[in-house]
Design a protein around this ligand. Sequence first.
Ligand SMILES: [Fe+2]
Length: 157
Amino acid sequence: MLELKREILHTDHRDATVAVLQTCLYDLIDLALQGKQAHWNVVGTQFRSVHLELDEIIASVREASDDVAERIATLGVSPDGRAKIVGEHTRLKSFPEGLQTASATVTIYSDRLSSTVDGIREGIGSVASHDPVSEDLLIGIAGRLEKHLWMLQSQEI
Ligand SMILES: [Fe+2]
């Protein structure tokens, strides 16, 4: 296996940090994919606003997954974004099959967004003592996703 020779962190700190980042990466890739499933299958009143809002969230989630994957690469490890492996490791519940009302879409996608944020927050605590740069990255992502969660959930009232 090819390996780049650079050492930003000592091996044990690097491996502990990458394990957390990779776990978050699986969830973020799945969250973006579930967002498109939701975007394509939403029906009913509020269709347009939910359909369009999902694409805004997906853009943000994809950017976050890119940043996390590139942080893993920066630390000298190969990021893994293969669909089959993501499917095996994601911590998110799978998105239900078929058309969903806008209301159900908001509820289901809020749950997936919330699970992703929970995983990232857990990750923040784990990497804090190993790598403050990765900690900062995860904090920024959690803040952006939490804002999306607020805006999405505000429609449920
Ligand atoms: Fe679209």
